[in-house]
Design a protein around this ligand. Structure first.
Ligand SMILES: Nc1ncnc2c1ncn2[C@@H]1O[C@H](COP(=O)(O)OP(=O)(O)O)[C@@H](O)[C@H]1O
Ligand SMILES: [Mg+2]
Length: 195
């Protein structure tokens, strides 16, 4: 399948159909051992060192936020910037701006343990954005949230997609979430069945 620059695509499919595997391969958290995946001009099976691609091109939002509890919210958002040449003042500035954007500047110093599920996921979205990646991959970003918080996270992602022309690829079980995408791709047993 082809996903165009600036598209918002929802990947749907039953549990075990390969949604996470697909996102993990695009985000090079996992390497495919066969086939072909090209993203932003990079051949993800052939290129050996994709660490720059991973930190500059891809922002990843996990289903279970994956924040580090020993760091503050602000420090969690700052983490991906250590992969790039970013000064410490710029790092702090960017992270705080993003926490503002997700409505959590007043909780910058809080440990993620002290945040609600929806707030944790908003910090995770801020972290995914801190290196200004053109592609955001979000694996069931609303999967562990109530409908109110799901809507908030979705609106946040949708606004970013619109305002900054970010390519947004999310996986979801929830048709009401998927319907807000420009296109829905259904997969079953690792194959696209309908788009
Ligand atoms: N690295 C891997 N190598 C081989 N098989 C995998 C790997 N990761 C996941 N799988 C298998 O691929 C299938 C799809 O899993 P997954 O992508 O997690 O599905 P989903 O996210 O749609 O629930 C499952 O059967 C899973 O066990
Ligand atoms: Mg999954």
């Amino acid at each position: 399948m082809t996903i165009e620059e600036g598209e918002f695509v929802a990947i749907m499919g039953p549990s075990g159909s390969g949604k996470s595997t697909l996102l993990n391969m695009i985000g090079v958290l996992d390497r495919a051992d066969d086939g072909k995946i090209v993203a932003d001009g990079h051949d993800l099976l052939l290129e050996k060192d994709l660490s720059d691609f991973r930190s500059e091109i891809i922002g990843f939002v996990f289903q279970l936020h994956n924040l580090l509890p020993m760091l503050s919210s602000l420090e969690n958002v700052e983490l991906p910037t250590y992969e790039l040449k970013v000064s410490s003042s710029e790092r702090g500035k960017r992270a705080l701006e993003l926490l503002k954007k997700v409505g959590l500047e007043d909780k910058a110093e809080f440990s993620p343990n002290k945040l609600s599920g929806g707030e944790k996921q908003r910090v995770a979205v801020a972290r995914a954005l801190v290196n200004h990646p053109p592609i955001i991959l979000a694996d069931e970003p609303t999967g562990s949230l109530d409908s109110d918080n799901s809507q908030k996270i979705l609106k946040l992602l949708k606004d970013l997609h619109k305002e900054e022309n970010i390519t947004l690829i999310i996986t979801t079980h929830d048709l009401s979430v998927a319907k807000q995408a420009g296109r829905i791709v259904n997969i079953l047993d690792g194959k696209v069945v309908e788009t």
